[in-house]
Design a protein around this ligand. Structure first.
Ligand SMILES: NC(=O)c1ccc[n+]([C@@H]2O[C@H](COP(=O)([O-])OP(=O)(O)OC[C@H]3O[C@@H](n4cnc5c(N)ncnc54)[C@H](OP(=O)(O)O)[C@@H]3O)[C@@H](O)[C@H]2O)c1
Ligand SMILES: *[C@@H]1O[C@H](CO)[C@@H](O)[C@H](O)[C@H]1NC(C)=O
Ligand SMILES: *[C@@H]1O[C@H](CO)[C@@H](O)[C@H](O)[C@H]1NC(C)=O
Ligand SMILES: *[C@@H]1O[C@H](CO)[C@@H](O)[C@H](O)[C@H]1NC(C)=O
Length: 314
């Protein structure tokens, strides 16, 4: 069987953008889901990776049954020490290329979140503020965060990613995913339910599914040497669309109630009140008032890409 360019482990939301681009670019690929359902018209292989609850021989059989590919994209989170190593080593051991003398090891790419540079969204608001403050102090008060900034090494996903990096993999730490059905305006009830919640909202960083797909395709179709020479191997990248969005500015922009007739959403009213209370003369707020600000220029520069999907077109 001819070797595929890309094997997607976990064809979820991201793959609804990636699969159409792979198809239109005639890039040979295969994809898995836990159920084996069809994604964007492509059949998928049923595969569930659960090393803690799977006997070793079963795990080995499941991984050896996956097709051989030059690149493997893992979209679901791995946590703690062990799973990254198990997956990479078992895949590598069961997919040695017989066609060439110098057998090529598959290159692993893990999708992660930019949450590791911060406190993470599962942390209670009160603790979050304290943690964000500590992290900012660690950066010497600098609001700017790059892919080289210190991460929370005890975050279970960060531990698994570090293991993957040490085995020559690449991590793409994605900021807020949007596109298709995922529209930030629909996040208002979840993130801005109360005035106090809005008061605490600072920066937002986004990346559109289409730009993630373009980034992955660029990596897996790169010329020889790019992966080893600072492009992929052992590299952790941060992906945003290059904007630091201000939550207050966004809520102000969405102030008109969808019910129309000049009605205003309560979030729009709260933002006006907060501008008075916090002495913010106009929006968007200065970067220094926005907490973490991500600088992701390096990824786009190194890979020679321009993100094309910016929220609202601005
Ligand atoms: N939401 C955000 O704003 C945000 C921001 C930054 C980063 N991220 C991260 O970006 C990554 C990609 O996100 P996404 O939305 O594309 O993910 P998703 O839609 O949840 O897709 C995950 C895929 O992995 C499969 N899967 C899950 N657990 C598995 C396991 N143990 N073994 C094998 N397959 C498994 C799922 O199978 P089924 O299709 O069968 O369910 C699904 O196809 C995730 O790691 C996410 O945490 C998210
Ligand atoms: C992959 O397999 C090759 C050949 O057996 C071996 O030299 C290499 O160390 C393996 N790599 C990993 C990460 O297991
Ligand atoms: C990268 O993504 C993982 C998975 O979401 C996350 O746990 C980790 O904290 C992120 N790393 C950084 C540096 O943000
Ligand atoms: C780091 O992550 C751990 C585990 O998720 C969490 O308990 C801790 O509060 C985090 N620390 C910081 C500074 O984000």
């Amino acid at each position: 069987m001819e070797q595929l360019t890309l094997l997607i482990l976990g064809a979820g939301w991201t793959s609804t953008f990636l699969i159409p681009l792979l198809q239109s670019s005639s890039i040979p690929f295969a994809a898995t889901t836990t159920s084996g359902r069809t994604v964007s018209g492509a059949p998928t292989i049923p595969f569930k990776f659960d090393p803690a609850n799977t006997p070793e021989d079963e795990l080995r059989t499941a991984i050896s049954s996956l097709p051989a590919a030059k690149y493997v994209l893992i979209t679901f989170p791995l946590t703690g020490n062990g799973p990254s190593k198990t997956l990479i080593e078992l895949y590598n051991a069961t997919h040695q290329s017989h066609s060439s003398a110098a057998s090529q090891q598959a290159r692993f790419i893990q999708l992660g979140s930019s949450g590791i540079w911060g406190a993470g969204r599962t942390i209670a608001a009160a603790d979050k503020e304290k943690i964000e403050k500590e992290l900012a102090e660690k950066r010497g008060g600098d609001p700017w965060v790059t892919r080289h900034s210190p991460i929370n090494e005890s975050n279970p996903r960060a531990i698994a990613e570090n293991e993957l990096l040490s085995l020559g993999g690449c991590v793409l730490n994605l900021s807020g995913l949007w596109g298709g059905e995922r529209q930030p305006i629909n996040w208002i009830p979840r993130v801005a339910a109360t005035k106090e919640a809005v008061r605490g909202k600072t920066s937002l960083h986004l990346i559109h599914g289409e730009d993630i797909a373009r980034a992955v395709v660029k990596i897996v179709t790169a010329e020889d040497g790019k992966w080893e020479n600072g492009g992929g191997k052992g590299e952790r990248w941060m992906l945003t669309d290059g904007f630091v969005y201000d939550w207050w500015a966004m809520l102000a922009g969405w102030a008109e109630d969808p019910a129309g007739e000049g009605k205003v959403r309560e979030q729009g009213v709260w933002v006006r009140e907060l501008m008075e209370e916090e002495d913010v003369r106009a929006l968007p707020r200065e970067m220094e008032k926005l907490g973490r600000c991500y600088d992701s220029r390096e990824f786009w520069r190194v890979w020679g890409l321009v993100p094309i999907k910016i929220l609202g077109g601005l």
